[in-house]
Design a protein around this ligand. Structure first.
Ligand SMILES: Cc1cc2nc3c(=O)[nH]c(=O)nc-3n(C[C@H](O)[C@H](O)[C@H](O)COP(=O)(O)OP(=O)(O)OC[C@H]3O[C@@H](n4cnc5c(N)ncnc54)[C@H](O)[C@@H]3O)c2cc1C
Length: 484
């Protein structure tokens, strides 16, 4: 067995682990980071950026959002079913964290909305690709460099297995390295930052009842199997529900030009298997709302439907809702996408020359869908009596061919499981801190109750970078207190 010694061991090097590493080193602690994968960054390598509230970017861009407003919005959204002190500390620190990230080499494009009804809290990281997916990998790169400058020791391809507890306090971490050798690192504090259990199908089924590939189509980032949750619970941390950070998934879009998913995500007619409308489609842009709506229908599925005249309108005039994730607003190759889908036998996109045929192909109740389209077309001439959709988005379905895609519940990964307080100390069942044990990021993100908060975008990476720092401040203060 290999042996080592340090002040603080950080398990995981996603945004929570990396911010914890830089902050703890800045505070004078000796730090070892254990990372299971070959590279640092975790799920943030796929994302775009964290939340900030009251930042210099928002001031410059004249965006009016305060901690008070965001806090009240958040607490009402979650029905106060979460830890208000933790939410408050996270939001209150978030602007300073954006500055701190900048001082550590991270650059930002500015503050953005995820969709028109959201607030502009999403601080998208500047990359060499412009605004788009994977931009936040540049944040991971900058923090990794900074941590190494500060002599943080990274052990890549090394999996944390167990927190060693002696007389009620953390004394070390056991890990296994790339060659399969056990490594025992003696330490005074450990911070768990293992990103949840997004690719652990069994744990997700047990915790949420949802099944990957059956009724849940979420990202399953390799390696995120719940190691941190298990280690914390074994060390005595109180267990809270593990939830999915829900965001709707559209089936069969991966091998098609982006224009297809951009057009199908517009506020088109949205129905369930019974052929009934399910929501004001203007809210489809909130991916969590769309996922929740899908989850409430028979077989957990809804269908976005439009006709050729609407497609032509989008090609001519541009789409209603521009997305920074699906970031090419040019949808002129939609028909190429349809051709590719037909050639490849795509299972998510249906095309038909009548509403009746479309219903049959997609498995929607034919008579009801015909009636729904008739009613909807009437509402387009007057007003949407059913769900009050804005008149701007009411366009009749009148011209073949008609198009339809399947939309299912999806998500980015899991959130929550380890109870922490506002200092990111892991708490036991008596709500008392476990000496030397801290948790941050997705493993400890118990703040959304049943639904991810997309109205304040950048929320989960924001929680990760802020709790990473808070955990490091608490842990380094604790380490310092031992030498006094
Ligand atoms: C496609 C996609 C896009 C996203 N975009 C955004 C966005 O723009 N804004 C936003 O707010 N959120 C976004 N998210 C969510 C965000 O990326 C996560 O909330 C965030 O990365 C969580 O950070 P974390 O540090 O807790 O965990 P992770 O980033 O998941 O990192 C955990 C790390 O721990 C490592 N690890 C796991 N087990 C062990 C072990 N036993 N020992 C050692 N290491 C271990 C993993 O390999 C990983 O590197 C996105 C997620 C996805 C999937």
């Amino acid at each position: 067995m290999k042996k080592a010694e340090t002040d603080i061991v950080i398990c995981g090097s996603g945004p929570s682990g990396l911010t914890a590493a830089v902050q703890a080193a800045e505070n004078g602690a000796k730090v070892v980071v254990l990372e299971k994968a070959q590279a640092v960054g975790g799920a943030s390598n796929m994302g775009m950026g964290p939340l900030g509230i009251g930042t210099r970017f928002q001031k410059q861009q004249m965006i009016d959002i305060t901690v008070e407003k965001a806090f009240n919005m958040f607490m009402e959204y979650t029905h106060y079913n979460v830890d208000a002190r933790l939410v408050k500390r996270y939001f209150e620190q978030s602007a300073e964290t954006i500055e701190w990230l900048e001082s550590n080499g991270v650059e930002f494009e500015g503050a953005f909305r995820y969709f028109p009804r959201s607030e502009a809290t999403w601080h998208i990281v500047k990359s060499d690709q412009g605004i788009g997916p994977r931009a936040a990998s540049f944040m991971a790169k900058a923090l990794y460099e900074k941590a190494q400058e500060q002599s943080v020791q990274f052990m890549l391809q090394t999996t944390a297995k167990k927190i060693i507890m002696e007389t009620g306090r953390v004394t070390g971490v056991i890990a296994v390295d790339a060659s399969g050798d056990e490594v025992q690192i003696a330490c005074k504090a450990a911070i768990i930052c293992n990103g949840g259990a997004g690719s652990n199908k069994e744990l997700i089924k047990a915790e949420t009842g949802l099944e990957h590939g059956e009724n849940l189509f979420s990202f399953a980032v390799p390696g995120l199997v719940g190691d941190g949750l298990r280690m914390a619970w074994e060390a005595g941390a109180d267990k809270l529900p593990v939830r999915i950070e829900m965001a709707a998934a559209m089936e069969g879009m991966d091998d098609l030009p982006q224009s297809v998913s951009v057009i199908m995500h517009q506020p088109n007619l949205l129905v369930n298997k019974q052929g009934k409308r399910v929501m004001n489609e203007d809210h489809m842009q909130n991916s969590t709302f769309l996922s929740n709506v899908a989850a409430h229908q028979q077989d957990k599925i809804v269908f976005s439907i439009l006709d050729t005249s609407i497609v032509k309108y989008y090609i001519r005039r541009g789409v209603d809702h521009v997305s920074l994730v699906r970031n090419n607003p040019d949808v002129s190759d939609f028909n190429d996408g349809v051709r590719i889908a037909v050639e490849n036998g795509n299972k998510g996109l249906f095309i038909a020359d009548s509403i009746e045929d479309l219903a049959e192909k997609a498995g929607i109740n034919k008579e009801r869908l015909v009636k729904t389209v008739e009613d909807y077309n009437d509402f387009c001439d007057s007003t949407d009596e059913e769900f009050f959709k804005d008149k701007r988005y009411m366009r009749p379905l009148i011209k073949a061919p008609y198009y339809c895609v399947k939309i299912r519940p999806g998500g980015y990964g899991t959130v929550g499981g380890i109870r922490i307080n506002e200092n990111c100390e892991a708490l036991n069942k008596d709500f008392e801190p476990i000496t030397g044990l801290y948790a941050a990021g997705a493993d400890a993100c118990n703040i959304y109750d049943d639904s991810y908060m997309f109205l304040l975008p950048g929320n989960s990476m924001g929680f990760a970078v802020n709790t990473g720092r808070i955990a490091a401040i608490s842990a380094s203060n604790f380490v310092e207190s031992l030498s006094e």
